[in-house]
Design a binder for this molecule. Structure first.
Ligand code: COA
Length: 378
């Protein structure tokens, strides 16, 4: 077999065949199973979208009711997992805590038959159900508080905000959060999904698949970018500082966080939806001066970056929305992981249906025939 051209970061190289989601980076189009993200955000909800992604079709009313019940039923976590979280350092990174919890969870639900549809269904419902409980439990326990038990009468999004803040959220806040989860649920073969595919291809269990994906999502070039956006806005501080900040960054060839995307060469459609959601939240709960900085930064950055196809991505406005919902900055990426669990599991299931172990080749750039030198001669 001829060795193809090496592309750093596998840019432009197809790594899999998939019918889960589609991006047109020139048009700013994102579809899940053929349905535009704008439509899903308007008419669907996170659990229904998760079902669509994982099982391929929108559920019937009966299937959806059963799925919601199956997820709700599994929201609680075992006391041993809670005790484990109690031992984590309170300064620990929430993504590390989440990754450890999901790895540990796998010990309670050992791998059965990967071709058994009921094993796949149970693992799927369980992982979707427990992710928010784990994130909220770690957050409360690191503050020295008891965790708040999930409430079956609340929607998926409302229940998470309830567990986090120990009070029932305003319906608008719950709706906005649900749309955020829908928006982040899937995005073709990005770094964490690719990592999930590679791990899945070894035929390991779904908890290990998710553990790998969570680790990959935690980096600042992937899921961590919205946290970096909030730090950047804090550093800019005032409208007058926007242009000097931008000029300094561009001159030093440094990245503006929340801008740019390997696939989108126009503004990320999810950024438009989030921008609208942010405005709705501010109308209801009060303005955030960081939003003015973000708008000014977007306008000014266009003068420097638009010609290179660099525009705001999903992370640019999501942090502002989460901040208004009272979510601490270091939980932004774990929330991304909660949502993306749907996409990771959809790809896990798709990989299993037609599995081949990932084993790419490398372009060797090292030496040959080097003689071993005894330690005393080095
Ligand atoms: C997402 C990202 C990693 C994709 O980048 P990529 O396809 O690997 O593109 P590169 O890093 O090779 O950058 C290509 C060019 O665009 C520039 N560029 C890319 N993103 C930029 C940004 N956010 N700010 C300023 N310049 C940027 C690079 O400096 C480079 O310019 P050059 O060709 O003059 O050297 C990159 O845009 C980035 O780091 N963005 C900031 C982090 C972020 O928001 N991540 C969330 C992604 S959803």
């Amino acid at each position: 077999m001829a060795v193809g051209e090496y592309k750093p970061g596998l840019e432009g190289i197809p790594a899999t065949q998939s019918n889960i989601s589609f991006i047109d980076g020139q048009q700013g189009l994102l579809e899940y199973r053929g349905i535009r993200i704008e439509e899903l955000c308007r008419y669907s909800n996170f659990l229904e979208t998760a079902y669509l992604l994982i099982f391929g079709e929108l559920p019937t009313a009966k299937q959806f009711a059963a799925f919601v019940e199956d997820v709700n039923y599994r929201r609680r976590i075992k006391y041993r997992i809670r005790d484990m979280i109690k031992c984590f350092p309170e300064s620990g990174q929430p993504m590390d805590a989440l990754q450890s919890c999901i790895a540990a969870l796998g010990m309670f639900y050992p791998l059965a038959d990967l071709h058994d549809a009921s094993f796949i269904y149970d693992a799927t419902a369980r992982l979707i159900a427990k992710m928010p409980t784990l994130v909220a439990t770690f957050h409360l326990m690191r503050q020295g508080n008891d965790p708040v038990a999930p409430r079956d009468d609340l929607s998926y999004a409302a229940n998470f905000l309830y567990m986090l803040n120990e009070k029932e959220p305003d319906p608008l806040a719950a709706h906005v959060f649900d749309v955020c989860l829908t928006l982040h649920a899937e995005h073709t073969v990005n770094a964490s999904t690719f990592c999930a595919l590679v791990t899945a291809s070894t035929l390991t269990d779904p908890y290990t698949v998710l553990t790998s994906a969570i680790g990959t999502l935690s980096g600042p070039l992937h899921g961590g970018a919205n946290e970096e956006v909030m730090r950047m806005l804090a550093e800019i501080g005032t409208i007058e500082n926007v242009v000097p900040y931008l000029e300094r960054k561009i001159k030093n060839k440094e990245k503006i966080m929340g801008f740019g995307h390997r696939i989108y060469k126009v503004k990320d459609p999810r950024a438009n939806i989030l921008q609208e959601l942010a405005i709705k939240l501010f109308d209801r709960f009060g303005h955030d001066p960081y939003f003015d900085l973000a708008i000014e930064l977007e306008n000014q950055a266009a003068k420097y970056l638009a010609e290179k196809g660099i525009f705001p991505n999903v992370d640019f406005y999501s942090g502002l929305v989460y901040r208004k919902l009272g979510i601490p900055t270091d939980l932004f990426t774990p929330i991304f992981a909660i949502a993306r669990t749907a996409g990771w599991l959809a790809h896990w299931k798709e990989q299993l249906a037609d599995n081949r172990l990932f084993r790419p080749i490398q372009v060797y750039t090292g030496r040959h025939g080097v003689r071993y030198k005894p330690i005393g001669e080095r």
